[in-house]
Design a protein around this ligand. Structure first.
Ligand code: MN
Length: 295
């Protein structure tokens, strides 16, 4: 055979090998993903391949909580009452009861929280399959440090997608703003200015509208007290609190005061969200775990 023919055969073989390898890799990866079982997840957690991050704050009396201006009514955050502690009221046991706001601490806002979703599901009726969700984490720490009223824009979402791919279906889109560093100081966490008015970053209208209409998300989450930029959301917009209005009108839920957002990667984390099941509740305190690959 002449040299060009040999070269052609060699090249064809190389190309076929690459295609075959590609195919093998793909077919090896797909069944593994399909076959992943609860036992696989457990062994991955046990051997450290999957890290579990606690994304909920501890409840305690005096913890930071939202404060609306008068004449609006406010929530209790958390109060603990002791029943007995190995004493005459209960010699061998310790127990308490507590009262807590539906919107205190790390919590879920149910789709019926807002007037736009008044006939939508309460927190007890959110489909549990929607409460295990991939996290798409948009970092605005720099922007929020120079502007505590920063609002995530549609362009911020598109920039995230340019770096990380399309927002996954069923995702919780998380705002990471660096606000976690301010916990547990109420004045710092609420961003109170010298007039006592709260400040904190949030989702802007354009980002919320884009995510709800152009993508298929489970909901939004923030590491601040509200998904809205607090100083701008109340009386300064055509629709007050537009993010709540849009999200709940679209039958979606929100998470506020997510803890440890700074430990989450931009993509790849899975959130397991477990709100207390209050009948027709407008929201509820939630224990939230993030599963993150450590490999
Ligand atoms: Mn809330």
């Amino acid at each position: 055979m002449k040299r060009p023919a040999l070269l052609l055969i060699a090249l064809s073989f190389a190309l076929l090998s690459v295609l075959a390898l590609g195919h093998l890799n793909q077919s090896a990866a797909v069944p593994a993903a399909r076959d992943a079982s609860p036992a696989d997840l457990l062994s991955s957690v046990r051997d450290g391949g999957t890290k579990v991050i606690d994304c909920s704050y501890t409840y305690f009396e005096g913890m930071p909580g939202i404060k609306l201006p008068p004449p609006l009514a406010n929530t209790k955050t958390f109060e603990l009452t002791n029943i007995s502690r190995y004493d005459e009221r209960g010699p061998a046991w310790y127990w308490n009861w507590f009262s807590v706001g539906e919107h205190a601490g790390t919590h879920v806002d149910a789709p019926n929280h807002w007037i736009s979703g008044r006939n939508n599901n309460g927190v007890d009726r959110i489909d549990v399959s929607e409460l295990i969700a991939p996290a798409a984490v948009i970092d605005v720490t720099q922007k929020a440090s120079s502007n505590p009223d920063y609002e995530i824009t549609r362009e911020d979402v598109l920039a995230w997608e340019k770096a990380n791919g399309r927002i996954p279906n069923g995702a919780i889109v998380v705002m990471r703003s660096g606000w976690g560093k301010r916990w547990p100081d109420p004045a710092k966490f609420l961003g109170l200015d010298s007039n006592g008015a709260p400040h904190g970053p949030g989702f802007g209208d354009s980002a919320a509208e884009f995510l709800l209409k152009q993508r298929s998300i489970a909901g939004l989450a923030v590491d601040t007290v509200s998904t809205e930029a607090m100083a701008l959301a109340g009386g300064k917009k055509p629709t007050p609190f537009p993010v709540h209005f849009m999200v709940h009108g679209a039958k979606k839920y929100q998470i506020e005061m997510l803890a440890n957002a700074e430990l989450l990667p931009a993509k790849g984390a899975v959130l397991i969200i477990a709100p207390v099941k209050v009948q027709n509740g407008s929201g509820a305190p939630a224990r939230i775990y993030a599963l993150v690959s450590s490999r």
